[in-house]
Design a protein around this ligand. Structure first.
Ligand code: FEH
Ligand code: ZN
Ligand code: ZN
Length: 334
């Protein structure tokens, strides 16, 4: 079968591999769509600060597929049905998994990052990773729900504790940030969308942002919202945006870091301390939240912007995403 595989830094190619066989407790999915994430670029271009990625590895951690074969011991999965794959699937028995924080499970083998992912015709996944896709949710929407929507939802709602009527700044309105704008707006928050790309800013306005602004024209001392900014969600995560986030947020507010733009870099400690700014990391989301975001999509409350392309074009789209030329999300169909 065709698969897009990582063989080491800057060595990512389409190859022929054996179709995988589901082990005990696993399901074989025929991949219907697999979304392209900036984190894939950080893997390919070795920008994760030395985080170990096993090679060779089929990438792709945003997956929707159809169950075609059940491994031994799997009974609650319906052949022929479509499923979204919860990428950071947990062990189910550690204190994190038992307390509903399976995204923090220390035994998880993240799909497409620690085990073969969805940039292929078929993929095997643990049965407990599968969440049924509602009828009204398309394949590509379900794929991007597993990361681009789930990660945004988790950052704003669970980590950010965003409340109706609060002011929120979303830094970076690409694949994740645009979903964050929609989710925050649907929650009744007032959204300031910041980016350096005017087309992305226009999309943010169309998707519910109250104010959109080129972040290079922003005076952090005079944020253009009619209320304090209680939460800043940084979907870029480079040194400049981390600093901007801490300048923008109100005293006692929350900064949620999601983007992996630079995995090192300084944080402005004085404000954090003197003004009790909570700077929080946010990672992916939980399996329970994935069911919630699929429902938000099924009800039309969140409309992920996603375009599909053949898997064979993945190398072209990796370059286009790296050049900032992708609006919303791209998903591949094998
Ligand atoms: C992937 C790999 C490592 C860290 C974070 C991620 C996110 O893209 C998952 O949503
Ligand atoms: Zn991702
Ligand atoms: Zn666990």
């Amino acid at each position: 079968m065709r698969a897009a595989r990582y063989f080491g830094p800057r060595d990512f190619r389409l190859v022929e591999v054996e179709r995988p066989v589901p082990a005990r407790g696993e399901v074989l999915l025929r991949v219907r769509a697999a979304g392209l994430c900036h984190s894939d670029l950080h893997i390919i271009y070795d920008e994760l600060g030395g985080y170990p990625i096993p090679a060779p590895l089929t990438l792709g951690h945003e997956i929707c597929g159809e169950a075609v074969e059940l491994g031994e011991g799997v009974s609650d999965i319906e052949l022929g049905r479509r499923y979204a794959v919860f990428g950071p699937v947990g062990c189910g028995h550690c204190r994190y998994c038992r307390s509903g924080r399976d995204n923090l499970c220390s035994e998880s083998r993240w799909m497409g990052i620690a085990r073969d992912g969805g940039y292929a015709e078929y993929v095997t996944v643990p049965a407990q990773a599968l969440v049924p896709v509602p009828e009204r949710v398309g394949d590509a929407e379900a794929a991007v729900a597993t990361d681009a929507v789930l990660t945004s939802y988790h950052a704003l709602v669970t980590v950010g504790r965003l409340e109706p009527g609060q002011g929120v700044a979303v830094i970076g309105v690409g694949g994740l940030g645009l979903n964050a704008v929609q989710i925050a707006s649907a929650l009744g928050a007032v959204v300031l969308a910041l980016d350096i790309d005017e087309r992305k800013l226009e999309l943010a306005r169309q998707h519910g942002a109250a104010v959109v602004l080129d972040s290079r024209q922003l005076d952090p001392q005079k944020p253009p919202l009619d209320r304090p900014i209680s939460l800043v969600a940084d979907f870029v995560g480079n040194d400049q945006t981390k600093l901007l986030a801490q300048q923008l947020v109100e005293r006692g507010g929350r900064v949620v870091l999601v983007g992996l733009g630079s995995v090192g870099g300084p944080l402005a400690a004085l404000r954090d301390i003197a003004e009790e700014i909570a700077v929080l990391g946010s990672f992916w989301g939980t399996r329970l939240e994935l069911a919630t975001v699929l429902d938000l999509i099924a009800r039309g409350i969140v409309r992920p912007r996603v375009e599909t392309h053949p898997l064979d074009e993945i190398l072209t789209w990796v370059e286009r995403l790296r050049a900032g030329a992708v609006e919303g999300r791209v998903a591949f169909v094998p």
